[in-house]
Design a binder for this molecule. Structure first.
Ligand code: ZN
Ligand code: ZN
Length: 218
């Protein structure tokens, strides 16, 4: 005679083992990788359920975030070190593999963080795991190298055309770029003869990335 399986119970929260941190659906978590030498997986908890006769077997339904190196196309130069892609890959995992909570920020809020901690990530693409394609499939590009913005790299903004440039792509060191009071790109300087030359007044520039454009003084 067929035994009836114990019913699954939907839980509203789960407390990470050995800690007092509480996970709820919608939270992002780090989960231990099968290969202990690999960094933990990043996932979004969709649901928490308890199974087993005494309801002690807690499992989480997760939606995986892929790191660039886990995607079919691999890591590209414009991918940030803390970049992850929200995939269409769902899984059911034992809650025991949850190592901790993390934050997956939007690209915009990530670039505005005062400091990036170990648990901070950002996501600007959704990823289709079967085809390796991304949504959106187009992204704004900047600089002479026509690359999407990598928030790990310092860029400086032309005060005329508002395009952003990597110091290296315009023959400048990062140190020189940080000292710039004003910046006008080559094209804008050539197009407007009366434009002031890029000034190198040493000012206390904040370490913020990207260097925000300052109000132009003529
Ligand atoms: Zn560039
Ligand atoms: Zn310009």
């Amino acid at each position: 005679m067929a035994k009836s399986r114990p019913p699954k119970r939907i839980l509203e929260s789960y407390t990470i083992k050995g800690s007092d941190r509480v996970i709820k659906p919608g939270d992002c978590v780090l989960m231990r990788a099968y290969d202990a030498s690999k960094p933990p997986y990043v996932a979004r908890v969709e649901a928490i359920e308890a199974a087993g006769s005494r309801g002690t077997n807690v499992r989480v339904r997760v939606r995986w975030y892929y790191r660039p190196e886990e995607s079919i196309g691999g890591r590209r130069p414009f991918h940030g070190s803390k970049e992850v892609f929200l995939s269409d890959h769902y899984d059911l995992q034992s809650a025991d593999t949850i190592e901790g909570k993390c934050n997956v920020h939007s690209f915009r809020s990530y670039t505005k963080l005062d400091s990036v901690n170990a648990e901070d990530f950002f996501c600007r693409f959704e990823y289709k795991s079967a085809t390796g394609s991304f949504v959106p499939d187009r992204i704004a590009v900047f600089c002479k190298c026509e690359m999407p913005y990598n928030p790990d790299d310092l860029m400086i903004q032309c005060e005329e055309c508002s395009d952003w440039f990597h110091p290296a792509c315009i023959g400048m060191t990062i140190k020189e770029a940080k000292k710039l009071e004003h910046f006008f790109c080559q094209t804008c300087t050539a197009e407007n003869g009366k434009m002031a030359e890029n000034s190198h007044e040493a000012t206390a520039q904040s370490e913020e990335k990207p260097v925000e454009s300052k109000r132009r003084r003529r």
